[in-house]
Design a protein around this ligand. Sequence first.
Ligand SMILES: [Zn+2]
Length: 485
Amino acid sequence: MKLALVSAVALPALVSAHGLRDLHHARQQADQAAAASGSSSAAAPATSSAAAGSSVAPGSSAAPGTTAPAAATGATLTFTLASTNPTALPLSDIASGASTQPTVAASTTYAAGSTPTFLSGAPALPAISSIVVANYPTLDKTPPTDSAEVQQWKQEVANSGITIPDIDPTVAGGCAANPQAAADSSRCWWTCGGCTANADVVACPDKMTWGLTYDDGPALYTGDLLSYLDQQDLKATFFVVGSRAISYPALLQEEYMAQHQIAVHTWSHPEMTTLTNDQVIAELGWSRKIIKDVLGVTPTYWRPPYGDVDNRVRAIATAMGLQTSIWTRISASATFDTGDFNIAGGTTNSEQVLNNWHSIVNNATQINTGFIVLEHDLFQQTVDIAMDYILPDALAHQPPFKIEPIVSCLGKPLSDAYIETNDNKSNPIGASASGSSGSGSAQASGSSNSTGGSANNGAMGGFAAPSALAGVAFGVIAGALGLFL
Ligand SMILES: [Zn+2]
């Protein structure tokens, strides 16, 4: 079942992510057509027609001319939002094929040499003009492994002293295409069963604390999100795709200078367990390098695309100084994934995403740790639903959530998020040996991870009252989860 969903839905969704320019182009064409016919809704932000408690009629969110699956577009809100943004777009406008909204460019262009005074010991900001695109790999493709850079990073991994488990890459197609790997608990493959290692970051330790994260950017609408986060005095962790960073370096600098945490999300967004060791090194190395070249600092955290990580990939990441960070997962049908990624492709609608969000909130109040949610700043729709609905609802929640970047929710200073500013005391780089014996446990020395046990295959560790979970409506979230897992 999962395999079918992965191959039939998630992979086309990935393709659509990588076809961002095409999608944008298509949106522009649609917008132009709509404008020509006098029916564009892209102009003034409308007063919300989906105010708290309102319910949108089935099918009303489907943009004209789109053929999104009825099951996804037919979802209606099943709860009352605590608050919405006063300038929120109607939910029907946050949909596949939505009219293009004006974008907010980087609000401040930082001069080369600007100093990030909030980070003790941080180097001056590099000049964006010094980035020569031709010196980097092709965008959205796994980089070649025969370059001088990759040879250097291979040596770095070899020198780390960390043993990389000698297990084969998986083949494309997820769990059903890899029955042996899926059944091998020593591999600790998150995709198939949600296995986590002790060193994995999968939640914030403190109850009611939300580790706010956005993946796959920076992109066209990231500036809008940054502006909203600034208004609300919120900081987030941005898991940055290298191929986007090189396309939007000014936005990446703005994220960083606004004191958000910048972290790695690979160069081309592949399923990492399908890659060879050298390809994993190339994906992590090039994304780490472009971030360093744009910001002057090197992230110490990364998130595997789709959460696709096993002990081999974990060990390579650890050897490269990168802390594996996923998102909270209670069970196969209840991970803390809003499903926002799938709005743009038309395989879910914004009402369903808000229902998913509501389930996440309910589950968050049931568990005895904090939580981390999967959201994206890649698409206009994902940014709109975050700014207009999810964040206002979260900010109005009682009792209140504490909303922080991941590094902060772990009780660490922002300086730990980068190699150049990390004091190596509370965040010892390379100290966590991952999977060295194939035991399925990546032990981090001195780790204070309180969120789960070793090699948790769907375990309920960390939750206050597992019996109470039966009373939580997981079914609502399950539909969209299948789209992404
Ligand atoms: Zn991603």
